[in-house]
Design a protein around this ligand. Structure first.
Ligand SMILES: Nc1ncnc2c1ncn2[C@@H]1O[C@H](COP(=O)(O)OP(=O)(O)O[C@H]2O[C@H](CO)[C@@H](O)[C@H](O)[C@H]2O)[C@@H](O)[C@H]1O
Length: 458
């Protein structure tokens, strides 16, 4: 079975958020299940040091441009990685600026040309989010089946008339943007968790596409993301002060103390340390915190460290809170993997109050590292975090349902209270750390899906 992944991000090489984690780790699990999988990605300027073929393995034209494809390997694996080279990708960014739509159309079109002209002959092309949404449409004339995965329905790409200016889009497509094209023209649509697959069929979460999605019947399914449990392992993570696992959890507190020291907080094991690692955008629900700072800080002993970047509104929200409570709140407004890992490996609680969350990778890394998640019950958060019940000792975290600051505050108090009971807390952490968060089960679901599609190829 031959499968090609096409995406704008792939960890650890090119990452803005969780889609990169999926594209960089699901192929490893698929390869283990015996599938021949390759990845195709833009050759971004910051990938200059990655070892790759000296000469392009394919050269061609797309959108009146000359494009070249180089071959490399996904780091730490044998998985072939195609890199689409063109000056438009040579700068140091993945998203943003006025040429964003043009760049990803060029990327998609190059993938189409590469396949049309026999660069490789996968049976399945697995596309991810709007950046690759036109590919299922273009692949309709090829004996290749397409899977379109929705990582985030909120980003749909520009309207289709925009593309018509420089690329062929058959006129009867019915699609008005690339997200819609991916939904209509793929052979199977997946969302990154079962709950999100159901939610996007409702007006509340459907981003105006709920009617279209409801009409897709069983072409749409939800397959829960996993994480790369080999790479994300507190027993070997080199960013941590102290490594630990389920048999040596008592060592973890050293990471917490180091984190408190690093951020100038009072260094005290009994202080409740809350961590956030996130893109700072509307989706993530941090506006719920805005009215809570004073009440929360005056009525609890919690410390908060936030790592994230994005929308200036949220950067300002956290920066001003940190200025107001410098000894209790710290905001690091950047993208920084070592600090992220130190938060996962040292915080007591991991906060993710998302307005909506297709799956969420952050809460899974937190579980793996023994940071207890407090999340809003939505999307993949509802599929991975289960309420901590101290009576019968079930569950692995804390959830609140209604999108409302007081509900969040009540749950913050409840978590801090639970933290006082050390034995219970330890067992709560262990339940999270012991869960299987790997790709194993979901990779098999994808493999079954590919198989059923290939069977239709005849
Ligand atoms: N400042 C920072 N520094 C370092 N690391 C940072 C960081 N900010 C975020 N990260 C990392 O980026 C990833 C975030 O992934 P998430 O899945 O939680 O959200 P995201 O919205 O980006 O992904 C979208 O796609 C994924 C994949 O399908 C879905 O799970 C999710 O719900 C959907 O919104 C985590 O690995 C996190 O550690």
């Amino acid at each position: 079975m031959k499968v090609l992944f096409a995406a704008a991000e792939c960890a650890p090489l090119a990452k803005v958020g969780g889609m990169a984690d999926v594209v960089g780790s699901l192929p490893l699990a698929l390869a283990e299940a015996g599938i021949e999988v390759r990845i195709i990605l833009p050759y971004y300027g910051f990938l200059g040091d990655l070892p790759k073929s000296e000469q392009p393995v394919w050269t061609g034209g797309a959108m009146f441009q000359q494009v070249e494809i180089y071959e490399a390997r996904l780091p730490g694996s044998d998985i072939p990685l195609y890199l689409v080279g063109h000056p438009a990708f040579a700068n140091e960014r993945i998203y943003g600026f006025e040429d964003e739509a043009w760049r990803f159309t060029l990327f998609s079109r190059t993938v189409a040309e590469f396949l049309w002209r026999g660069g490789w002959d996968p049976q399945v092309l697995h596309c991810h989010d709007w950046h690759t949404g036109l590919l299922p449409l273009w692949m309709r004339a090829m004996p290749v089946m397409t899977v379109f995965t929705i990582h985030n329905l909120a980003y749909q790409g520009p309207p289709l008339p925009y593309f018509r200016a420089f690329v062929d889009v058959p006129y009867d497509t019915g699609a008005w943007n690339p997200m819609v094209a991916g939904i209509i023209h793929s052979d199977a649509i997946t969302a990154v968790s079962p709950t999100y697959a159901r939610e996007i069929c409702t007006p509340e979460y459907g981003e105006r596409l709920d009617g279209l999605l409801r009409g897709q019947g069983n072409r749409l399914s939800g397959i829960l993301n996993g994480i790369n449990t080999m790479a994300l392992d507190p027993a070997t993570d080199k960013h941590l002060t102290v490594n630990y696992d389920t048999t040596s959890l008592e060592r973890r507190v050293e990471n917490k103390l180091a984190l408190q020291r690093e951020f100038g907080f009072e260094v005290a094991p009994d202080r409740f340390l809350v961590g956030i690692v996130s893109r700072l955008v509307d989706q993530k629900g941090f506006d719920l915190l805005a009215p809570l700072w004073d009440t929360w800080m005056h009525t609890s002993g919690a410390q908060l460290v936030v790592l994230g970047s994005g929308d200036p509104f949220y950067e300002f929200l956290f920066r001003s809170a940190a200025e107001r409570y410098p000894e209790r709140i710290k905001a690091v407004l950047s993208y920084n993997v070592p600090i992220a890992q130190r938060i996962y490996g040292g915080a007591d609680l991991f906060l993710m109050p998302s307005r909506f969350e297709p799956c969420g990778i952050g809460q899974m890394i937190a579980l793996r590292y023994g940071a207890v998640p407090l999340v809003r019950k939505t999307g993949g958060l509802a599929d991975t975090v289960f309420f901590h019940n101290p009576i019968d000792e079930e569950g692995n975290g804390f959830l609140f349902d209604r999108y409302d600051p007081t509900n969040l505050l009540a749950m913050l108090y409840r978590a801090e209270e639970a933290f006082r009971y050390k034995d219970y807390w330890r067992r709560l952490q262990l339940r999270g750390m012991e869960a299987d968060l790997s790709w194993r089960a979901s990779a098999h679901q994808y493999a079954d899906l590919y198989k059923s599609l290939i069977a239709r190829l005849g």
